[in-house]
Unconditional design. Sequence first.
Length: 269
Amino acid sequence: MQEDGPRHTVPVHRGGKGRMTSFIKIVSYLFFVVTLSLALALGYLRQNPEFRHRWFASVCTCLVSNQPEQHAIRCDLLKDVRGDVLELGPGPATNMECFEGKTSITSYTGIEPNVFLHEVFRNKTAHLSLPFPLELKTLEGEHSGLPDEMFDTVVFTHVLCSVHNATQVLAEVDRVLKPGGRVFFLEHIASPPGSWMRFFQKTIEPVWSIALDGCKFPDTHLLLERFKNQGKEGFEVMYHFFDAPMPLAIVKPHLMGHAVKKGREAGEQ
Ligand SMILES: C[S@@+](CC[C@H](N)C(=O)[O-])C[C@H]1O[C@@H](n2cnc3c(N)ncnc32)[C@H](O)[C@@H]1O
């Protein structure tokens, strides 16, 4: 038998509180979906090097194509490049416009491990007036296998942040460079210790590095200080810190400069 008694009804709130609850629910779902998608994308990038290289090739090509102020800084750094030139990680040929019409260059060799950037490099250089033989090889800066003391100049820009082992890359630079040869470099770096920007860089670094094919925020000046004692004779290294005109504040801290390999032929290029 069903008892007759007072009926309890659940009050329906249709006012501001109800709308707020629905809003929080929607935001939570959206947050969950966005976080899950990002986690899946990063996980996939992390475990699939081919996809990571392909993705980075497109990102890198878009990012560097539109930066006239940066271009001027690069070309000023590279104005004295000469002889047989080796470039580490030329990417989408970012620096090649600086070498247009340069008869002081006798040959150019680029070593680029990301094969998806090779076509971009070739397409870009095909439209430039480069009066020297050009070669692009699929090699890594840590162990290029190129002959000892083959080059007069080594160039690398925004590369030490991405390599597996920067110390090994610099040892290799020493090996392939002739005595008296010069190294030109431009690198984005970590902000000084104790700064908010460094805290931010180091916090985001694990995810940043997956999304941008190994790119980190290194203390490159410490490497360069050690580079002064690289090899038998060492290097004379000159560099300065500056804020580059980059669209994102996190990659503004930079250093650039050049190094000269000491040795019997130093200064006689
Ligand atoms: C941020 S991009 C810079 C490209 C170009 N140099 C520029 O200034 O725009 C880093 C480049 O270094 C290359 N790279 C990564 N690891 C390398 C390695 N171990 N040896 C040589 N290049 C490497 C990447 O494939 C990529 O082309």
